[in-house]
Design a protein around this ligand. Sequence first.
Ligand SMILES: [Zn+2]
Length: 241
Amino acid sequence: MKIIQSKLLKQFGNLTQGFTSKEHGNLAFHVNDSKIHVINNHKQLSILLSYDFEKLVHMKQVHKSEIKVIKEGDAFSNPPTCDGLITNKKYTPLMVMVADCSPLLFYDSKTKTIAVVHAGRAGAFSNIVQKTLHSFRDDFCSDMKDIYVSIGPSIGECCYEVGEEIYHEAKSLHLDYALNLKANTYYLSISKILHKQLLDNGLEDKNIEFSKECTVCKTQKYFSYREQGETGRFCGLIMLN
Ligand SMILES: [Zn+2]
């Protein structure tokens, strides 16, 4: 029942990191699952990865682009409302939960700072990547060339059909490069947007890794909102040791 580790981040021995799958169960409290069941899944994961369950910080994710620096008192029992978390504190696991949206795990190898980000269409369209990187720069004095990022399984262009209104919105934001027209239907690639935003903000291409797995194609393995409607959430997790 190992989690799927990022190959890119694996080179750093001081990190606990990776992405869960359906095997590890649903980790979200807001999806009509029993609270005891969800807590039990979190406890199992903490045993598997050897961290203190109470210290894990997750988020009430709201499809906006606020990034919060972890404060004293942030803990499992009171998740902040935001879509990104950042810290240089050790033994403080950060978690992002998804079912089709992109889970991003960041690491600055110089300042030893970590972050997690939730980016769906709204996050990609509002450039949450840039807000995250500005927090690295302004709050932790990071240099962009020291930052590594791994993006876990999410809905792929193969399965992300969008309507006219999304097409027009993307076009108005100059994101048409991420749209592909096939048989009169537009398909959107969130990964293409995130990749360009990461590069535009100064990250090195060799320090960026995308999972090739699509959550809708691989619904046996991952939770997918688009495929299943009401469903659980899997996660991306990172912790400094
Ligand atoms: Zn797909």
